[in-house]
Design a protein around this ligand. Structure first.
Ligand SMILES: [Fe+2]
Ligand SMILES: [Fe+2]
Length: 351
């Protein structure tokens, strides 16, 4: 097979970043962002460092943001190979307004609201400096003036209310330099279509190219022909995983990659799902992950993420791993609350 000719990718599965501190990261993503930790484990390719997973109550695929804890790294920089930002979907403009208030209350500087295409968005930086967007669909009915009015209204928010809960990622935004190459690559290898091309209000020379299936464009590449290489470090996306049903679909993607000579990892059993990794032509690391079996395969749903879980093949190493993690915490003590860097005034712009 030399191309995928059907809609095989269903959306995002998870997005993985790099953090400097398990403790600061946990407090921020659970208490400030209201996600649940759904797995506490180690990086299977670097077993003496943690891998943290946060998502909705069940850890549904499409809701999960994960982190490799690598406190010894330097901060990264977005660019080619190091994606720009990630957006979570917020259910309504009113909920977005409440988020802005809640974040300010937690001393997190907020940029926005902004209108980007069909979304109203606010942007923040997490404690490691990663740019995170919260985006609500406008249905095309809300312009900047209406949005400003809504945001000018006083609102009292002393907790994350049910309507504010984050349960789905909206899009991830890597950077590309060539739209023709990008379109051919994503269509051939993943069967993704260019669903929309949007003007970038923060940089008219860098349109936002939305790729997806159905009418959802969950990969919103920022096209910047002059983009420089970035590098992945603390506060950056390490890789973006899209979701397929099962291993059969993964094997289809693998056979296309083989037929066009693109290096890949082969299918790797991650225990909670299976993974296949490869890079797009701009150096961004992509993963194709299976829907299941999911995070409840080795822990009861009511206590997900509470204790260190190792896949069965790492269980014999548990003592060595726990000791290494303890030393890591001692060596890199964490500080809460963090000092947040403000999000840029023009957040969708590639610097
Ligand atoms: Fe965005
Ligand atoms: Fe992954």
């Amino acid at each position: 097979m030399n191309r995928i000719d059907k809609e095989l990718v269903e959306g995002l599965h998870h997005v993985t970043l790099v953090t400097s501190s398990e403790r600061v990261n946990r407090i921020f993503y659970t208490e400030v962002m209201g996600l649940r930790r759904v797995k506490l484990s180690v990086n299977q390719d670097d077993i003496l460092h943690r891998h943290l997973f946060y998502g909705d109550e069940k850890g549904s695929s499409g809701s999960v943001i994960t982190f490799f804890e690598w406190p010894h790294l330097v901060s990264g920089r977005h660019g080619l190979g190091s994606p720009h930002h990630l957006a979570y979907a917020v259910k309504s403009i009113e909920a977005l307004r409440k988020w802005a208030e809640w974040l300010k209350r937690n001393s997190v500087p907020v940029s926005g609201p902004h209108i980007v295409g069909d979304r109203a968005s606010i942007y923040i930086r997490d404690p490691d400096g990663f740019l995170l967007e919260l985006a609500a669909e406008t249905g095309g009915e809300v312009d900047a003036a209406v949005l400003r009015e809504i945001f000018a209204e006083e609102v009292e928010v002393d907790r994350i209310t049910p309507d504010m809960r984050l349960s789905l990622m909206d899009h991830a935004s890597p950077i590309a330099t060539d739209s023709t190459l990008l379109e051919r690559f994503l269509s051939k290898t993943l069967g993704l279509r260019r669903v929309a091309t949007r003007e970038n209000p923060h940089d008219p020379s860098s349109p936002i190219l939305g790729f997806g299936s159905g009418d959802q464009d969950f990969l919103r590449y920022i096209l910047k022909p002059s983009a420089q290489m970035g590098f992945v470090g603390i506060g950056n996306i390490h890789h973006i995983a899209v979701r397929v049903k099962g291993e059969e679909e993964q094997r289809e993607v693998m056979s296309v990659l083989n037929s066009i000579g693109i290096r890949h990892s082969g299918i790797i059993d991650r225990f909670w799902f299976k993974s296949l990794y490869f890079r797009d032509p701009f150096g961004n690391l992509l993963e194709v992950a299976t829907e299941g079996p999911g995070y409840t395969v080795d822990e009861p749903p009511e206590s997900l993420g509470e204790k260190l879980i190792l896949p069965p093949w790492l269980e014999p190493e548990r003592r060595r791993i726990e000791e290494a993690l303890r030393l890591l915490d001692e060596r890199y003590p964490a500080k809460w609350p963090p000092t947040y860097r403000p999000a840029p005034e023009k957040p969708e712009r590639v610097e």
